[in-house]
Design a protein around this ligand. Structure first.
Ligand code: HPA
Length: 280
């Protein structure tokens, strides 16, 4: 696919979004809700829910990823913030191409979102992180083995070589910390290591990632960050630590535990997201 194909596919997607969400609604903030973290999407004022199929977004096959685009407002009155929120995402391990994995966030950016709040469920690699903790991403290690910007570049969309020195926007991170303080929630900060999955890691891998400087591991988010930084959009990301990494406890890992812990953090997660977005 050439770069200009991408631009025209994004234009078609935005035309469809405008048709499905009429009255000139233009979102300012894009949100992606990870495994088991979809509840925030149901809290929007004047909210409207569109299944991904209706807006041409690829649908996820994974439990805990509802596959709805939720549009509406955070807050009310003059200060309300128009938001487009994805309840669930697709992953490359489901068989989606890199281009499809990031298509929806690119479309939301084209529609009008200038800032993005990305969320995920992650395993704790730093032994100090406990299930139920929230961790703001300060940086990442991309060990997925791929990059969504590989291939022809459309210079009109973004530069060939993208600077990642401050991939996670320092001002938005500050606002996230302020939101957490106001909400009375402890917000940790650390480095997220992105892996292709779908297997969880081995204990030896978890020890290696710790040595490499990772605090948490997961199977998402980084492709979206790369695609959005390419477009010059501002990004902040929060992990819900749903489990300790493999080998850090006596137990074994499963997706039900990931979802259960994510569910358990629902109120504090929704609280921090709401305050953060209201401040953007
Ligand atoms: N590893 C990778 N991805 C994850 C984990 C994990 O332990 N927990 C939730 N997503």
């Amino acid at each position: 696919m050439s770069g200009s194909d991408l631009a025209s596919r994004l234009d078609s997607s935005v035309a469809l979004l405008r048709q499905k969400v009429p009255n000139g609604f233009t979102p300012r903030v894009g949100v992606v809700l990870g495994s088991g973290l979809g509840a925030f999407g149901d809290t929007l004022e004047e909210g409207k829910k569109l299944p991904y199929g209706e807006v041409g977004f690829p649908a996820s096959s994974i439990v805990g990823h509802a596959g709805n685009l939720c549009v509406g407002y955070v807050g009310s009155g003059a200060a309300r913030v128009p938001v487009a929120c994805m309840q669930g995402r697709v992953h490359s391990y489901e068989g989606h191409s890199p281009d499809r994995v990031v298509f929806a966030v690119r479309a939301l950016a084209r529609w009008g979102c200038e800032a993005f709040v990305l969320t995920n469920a992650a395993g704790g690699v730093n032994g100090a992180l406990e299930p139920g903790d929230l961790m703001l991403l300060s940086d990442h290690l991309n060990l997925m083995g791929w990059n969504p910007l590989t291939g022809p570049n459309d210079d009109a969309l973004g530069a060939r070589f993208v600077d990642l020195t401050r991939a996670y926007d320092p001002e938005l991170r500050q606002r996230a910390h302020q939101a957490a303080v106001k909400e009375g929630v402890v917000l940790r900060e650390g480095v997220y290591c992105a892996l292709s999955g779908p297997t969880y890691e081995t204990p030896a891998e978890i020890r290696m990632f710790r040595t490499l400087g990772a605090d948490a591991v997961g199977m998402s988010t980084v492709p979206e960050v790369l695609a959005l930084r390419h477009l010059g959009k501002r990004v902040v990301a929060i992990s819900c630590i749903t489990n300790k990494g493999a080998g850090l406890t006596q137990g074994v890992l499963d997706h039900a535990e990931v979802q259960e812990t994510a569910n358990r953090t629902r109120d504090k997660f929704v609280g921090v997201l709401t305050r953060l977005i209201a401040s953007l």
